[in-house]
Design a binder for this molecule. Structure first.
Ligand SMILES: [Zn+2]
Length: 302
């Protein structure tokens, strides 16, 4: 299937001739993998580049397969900025670069203190080999890491367009100030006495967030797969013992297990979208959800 899509590329390239020059509004295009990266890159690139994400809104960056139109767009773009270790890149990067060998690639996770994973990070039960990587891939859900992603992004843009270096550096500076401000707001909120120190999440996308703020993340997934009844029981017991009050769920994943746990423990289910373009707002939402004061129904958890 994947091979078939790639063999369409030369044809699509011809069909693309005479189409849009450069990006969506005629600007040169920088490709990134996910929406939060587009947020960082667009903040720095301003009006000089159009930043386009490979993985569209609502798709999982672990299992997404590009469509032919995106391969055309990729071959016409100026560079690819990777987020680092996410499934889409593990599966597709080599093949994408074969279809666009001229394309400079930058890894925006360079310098991040990576967390090694125990077990595999499988996202589709049918596909166990592809995601068996040892690095926790959700590096962007952390203001500390975001500063490094921004710095790597800025360096890449300056290298691609030296004439606009001063412009990028100025915008990079103001992005860093926003990230630092966000970090101190989150720190302040999470250090109030009412803030939870642990939380449940269906898919463990908040590993780096948890590290930044000294929190404990308990995934409902078991090794990247649907939890077994025995594991689910363990999670429910832990939820009661630690008096966990928040279960985060993400739009790309099934919420039934989270709802079962919520019913049995009186815990609140909070939808989050760590893949949103609006990265700052999502980070704040996570912090706010951990601030929920014990409700009058708290006796349910006893
Ligand atoms: Zn993931």
């Amino acid at each position: 299937m994947k091979r078939v899509i790639l063999s369409l590329v030369p044809l699509m390239l011809l069909a693309g001739c005479g189409g849009r020059p450069g990006g969506r509004d005629g600007k040169p295009v920088i490709m990134v993998t996910i929406e939060p990266q587009r947020y960082f890159a667009q903040a720095i690139a301003g009006e000089k580049f159009d930043v386009v994400s490979m993985v569209p809104r609502g798709s999982s960056p672990e299992t997404y397969d590009p469509v032919p139109r995106q391969l055309v767009e990729l071959s016409e773009s100026k560079a690819y900025l990777r987020i680092g270790y996410i499934g889409f890149e593990q599966t597709w990067m080599d093949r994408l670069l074969k279809s666009a060998p001229h394309l400079p690639v930058f890894d925006t996770s360079e310098g991040i203190d990576l967390i090694e994973e125990e077990g595999t990070h499988a996202h589709s039960p049918a596909d166990t080999t592809i995601h068996a990587h040892a690095v926790e891939p959700h590096v962007w859900t952390s203001p500390v890491n975001a500063l490094l992603i921004a710095s790597n992004t800025c360096r890449a843009l300056c290298q691609l367009d030296k004439g606009n270096e001063a412009y990028f550096l100025l915008r990079y500076d103001s992005l860093c100030r926003r990230i630092q401000r966000l970090d101190s707001v989150i720190c302040r909120r999470l250090s109030t006495p009412g803030a939870s120190k642990s939380f449940l999440v269906y898919h463990p996308t908040l590993t780096y967030f948890a590290r930044d703020y000294g929190l404990r993340q308990v995934p409902i997934e078991e090794d990247g797969k649907e939890p077994s009844p025995a594991y689910l029981k363990q999670v429910i017991d832990l939820c009661r013992a630690e008096r966990i009050r928040t279960i985060f769920v993400q739009p790309e994943f099934d919420t039934r297990n989270a709802e079962t746990i919520a019913r049995q423990t009186g815990t609140a289910v909070t939808p989050i979208n760590p893949l949103s373009y609006d990265w700052e707002r999502e980070m704040l939402r996570v912090a706010d959800a951990l601030l929920i004061l014990p409700s009058s129904c708290d006796h349910l958890s006893k």
